[in-house]
Design a binder for this molecule. Sequence first.
Ligand code: FAD
Length: 436
Amino acid sequence: MKSYDVVVLGAGPAGLAAAITSNENGSKTLVIERENKPGGILKQCIHDGFGVVRFGQRLSGPEYAYKFIKEAKEKNVEMSFSSFVTKIKKSGEKFELELVNSMGMEKVKTKSIVLATGCRERTAKQVFIHGSRPAGVYTAGTAQYFTNIMGYLPGKECAVLGSGDIGLIMARRLTLEGAKVIGVYEAKPEPSGLKRNLIQCLDDYSIPLYLSHTITKIFGDERVEAVEISEVDKGMKPIKGTEKIVKCDTVILSVGLIPENEVAESLGLKMDPSTKGPLVDQDLMSVNMGGVFSCGNSLHVNDLVDYVSESGEIAGLGASRYTPVRKTHLIPLNKGKNLLYLVPQMINVKSKNKKVILYFRVKSTTKNAEFMAKLGNREILKRRYLYLRPAEMKRIVFDLPSDLSDDSELSFEVWEVNRERDHMHSVSQRMRVKNR
Ligand SMILES: Cc1cc2nc3c(=O)[nH]c(=O)nc-3n(C[C@H](O)[C@H](O)[C@H](O)COP(=O)(O)OP(=O)(O)OC[C@H]3O[C@@H](n4cnc5c(N)ncnc54)[C@H](O)[C@@H]3O)c2cc1C
């Protein structure tokens, strides 16, 4: 049985960055990829906009991936393609993996594992649309694969459900290829995609965006013939009497991504219900299984690939440095009520890594927002933002305070500064009136 220091699952941008870092750090590293090429989802993302943060360039997905594929090849990182992991088990201090690939069945051993398996799209089954199931209903990623990789146009008159980034990008792509996009329908009162994509993909092509609207029915026997559109209330329930029938032959679903974590679950990793990824410390190591690291979209859904690569590097370094005698004492990051999630969710006080790269999202749009971290009652970090939106992931780098101890309490809050100020103002007004 072949033995490695680090095995990386997935050769997307997260896995490639993890493998390059672990290999550079002197660890014997293997990448296992179920597809026949590296690059992950970037292979089909032929639009530009990748690598602005990392390289200061607007690269296409394949161009961004190629930088890492080239580096991995030059550094002789071992990669196994068309390989599928069927089983992972802990055996003493190591992990044993069973793979199926062109060689048949193979077993490998490793000291640590990096999970970089990306995410998958939610389907029509998960959004409960009534009606029949004719041809012409695709997830945005599948429509993208048809258009960009296979060269097929999935439809001529398309309705897009959901305003996630992939849906917005596909609305533009289908328009450029000659299809008519009749509208993007979003159940929430605000769009889910990045602002730049709303402008560049919808506004620039005069594609209408209908907020607080959803598709409630699909019509058609063999092929989609029309959809029923309804307005929705604040609870996202369709409002009776607002239904409209709109003719189209294709429905594109862009209704969210779910981290792909079957392997993590089979290993028994504790998961975060908000991110749907494993709970990790600042080295991106699972909080309940030493030696298993997670990064990229399988850890939490990222908007920018630059941060996916960054998290791959953190996980790759952690996996390479990992020894079973690594000391651990975890303290949680307590999140205030407007924070949807924080990654990492815990800090290992005993880790040598005292620099934390924190990723977070808010639950609702907050104007003039203040993000604050406290150690006990002491403020250790403060950031101001003009806007914080659930659609936009934020990143903060900070050093752990030197007096952090095993029983320290770390808490994180976000609030709207004006509202707080207004509240303080009205309290003092009321006091003044009372005292008069
Ligand atoms: C349509 C679209 C548009 C985007 N636009 C932008 C943009 O303009 N700018 C930007 O910065 N970002 C953009 N992104 C986001 C960016 O592409 C992703 O965040 C990034 O590619 C995620 O990388 P990853 O390595 O985590 O996952 P992926 O790229 O999904 O890679 C995961 C890899 O793991 C493999 N895998 C999964 N399970 C297993 C298993 N069990 N065994 C072996 N291999 C496995 C998969 O085959 C895949 O190759 C876009 C994403 C999409 C989908």
